[in-house]
Design a protein around this ligand. Structure first.
Ligand SMILES: CC(C)(COP(=O)(O)OP(=O)(O)OC[C@H]1O[C@@H](n2cnc3c(N)ncnc32)[C@H](O)[C@@H]1OP(=O)(O)O)[C@@H](O)C(=O)NCCC(=O)NCCS
Length: 201
């Protein structure tokens, strides 16, 4: 049996012409497990503990990560920042966009913030995210950044595993960013923001 040939993958700088085509990348995900938050204490002595929990129904991200016109506008605004932006696309077979990295230098706190690191559904688990991550680390070092920071959600187990594997440290969470969080297991899932940092020498 003939095996389909693996696509040739090129990683190059994002251009203005790429921006309307970012929707070629399907950034969504579906998951059977999430990181559940357990609370302890109260007031300023509150504590949080994250444990992976199986869901009765899979969680579907739907279109929440889609490259909407607003998101495209924000990516374009960062592109216009010139040297303060580091944006790369992964292109399969010289044609289709299959991944994007979108990072900005923040001089005020000497960090680099990753706004987007997205790999298309069919191209995950092939090391593309890792390649883009290593490029992000090099770019952040060139800026003399002290850290790379980013946010993902407790529903995004794949991303949490990915960032932990890349050496990032979970540095905080926000239970009120996307909605009013409740412990009630009967309530629909409210997403929680998880903040990660990768410290540079
Ligand atoms: C998270 C994401 C960027 C990872 O990209 P990827 O190209 O699939 O990741 P890689 O193949 O480079 O994986 C690198 C390492 O991360 C870990 N990893 C990646 N995906 C994983 C998963 N689903 N489960 C467990 N570990 C995973 C593995 O340790 C892997 O290394 P290994 O294969 O040597 O064990 C990708 O899943 C994605 O785009 N998801 C949807 C969009 C998204 O969530 N982006 C991040 C938003 S903040």
């Amino acid at each position: 049996m003939l095996m389909p040939e693996a696509p040739i993958l090129e990683i190059r700088p994002l251009t203005a012409e790429d921006i309307p085509r970012l929707s070629e990348i399907r950034p969504t995900y579906r998951t059977d497990t999430i990181l559940a938050i357990e609370h302890s204490g109260s007031g300023y002595q509150v504590g949080w503990r994250l444990t992976e929990r199986r869901l009765a129904q899979p969680f579907d991200k739907g279109g929440l990560y889609d490259f909407t016109p607003e998101m495209q506008q924000n990516i374009r605004a960062r592109l216009n920042r010139g040297e303060a932006a580091y944006q790369r696309v992964a292109v399969a077979d010289g044609q289709r966009l299959v991944g994007v990295l979108d990072m900005l230098w923040q001089a005020w706190n000497e960090t680099a913030f990753i706004y987007n690191l997205m790999i298309d559904l069919d191209f995950r688990g092939q090391g593309i995210g890792q390649r883009l991550w290593h490029m992000a680390v090099r770019a952040a070092k060139n800026w003399n950044a002290r850290a790379i920071t980013l946010e993902t959600q407790q529903t995004n187990i794949a991303a949490c595993r990915f960032y932990a594997r890349m050496g990032c440290r979970l540095v905080g969470l926000d239970e009120s960013l996307y909605g009013n969080y409740t412990d009630d297991p009967e309530s629909p899932i409210v997403e929680i923001a998880l903040f990660w940092a990768y410290t540079l020498d």
